[in-house]
Design a protein around this ligand. Sequence first.
Ligand code: SF4
Ligand code: FES
Length: 253
Amino acid sequence: MDFTLHVWRQGTPGSKGDFETYQAKNVAPSMSFLDMLDLVNEELTRDGGDPIAFEHDCREGICGSCGMMVNGMAHGPEDLVTVCQLHMRSFSDGDELWIEPWRADAFPVMRDLVVDRNAFDRIIESGGYISVRTGSAPDANAVPVPKPDADKAFDAAACIGCGACVAACPNASAMLFTAAKAGHLSYLPQGQPERYERAIQMVHQHDEEGFGNCTNHGACQEACPKGISVDYISRLNRDVLRARLAGVAFDST
Ligand code: SF4
Ligand code: FES
């Protein structure tokens, strides 16, 4: 298969970027999207050019490192896959592909397709943890958790922090990510003591980072490779409301 690629190239953060056109030739349908970029990079390097910078690690849809817009869609056209698990058989021979980094003020472009997602780490640092003493690891099933709650916690914990939800959202909101990270704790007994402080702290940090508000478009849920539901956003909003009514205040220390 052959493709014409229009790839966003940007040398440094804040510099002016633009699309460059490349030909990807003799691409096997079984190759992943990242394998295809590797192929283009090999040729670029051989010709003395600058390889296209993109993030990757596991290439198995687990780590959340990879991510880019392909023809305006976060992680490309397939549902529930990261771009490392997107295969070239999903496209037609001769297709033109427009490849861009995530676009959001809170995710500044570092180089080409690589963005700085440290804002996500700071949201987790602000409250996405448990600091109460839970003792040593209990025996399996010693802490009873209703099955529906365990399932909800597990589904939220599937978030890999890729950032596709932000890239897909017209407001560049990170509420799906924040809600998933708060949600996987709020469904478990160990997460209860700090549940409402956590909601206030994480949403405050979300706003501080410059992510936009959620206005219920649902594009995040559609783009999420892990199928995280917007129901978690409703739950987080309810927790924030309950916290405010109970007088829980933001703690800046
Ligand atoms: S909620 Fe989904 S799209 Fe957003 S960071 Fe987590 S896995 Fe990625
Ligand atoms: S490289 Fe790990 S999820 Fe894509």
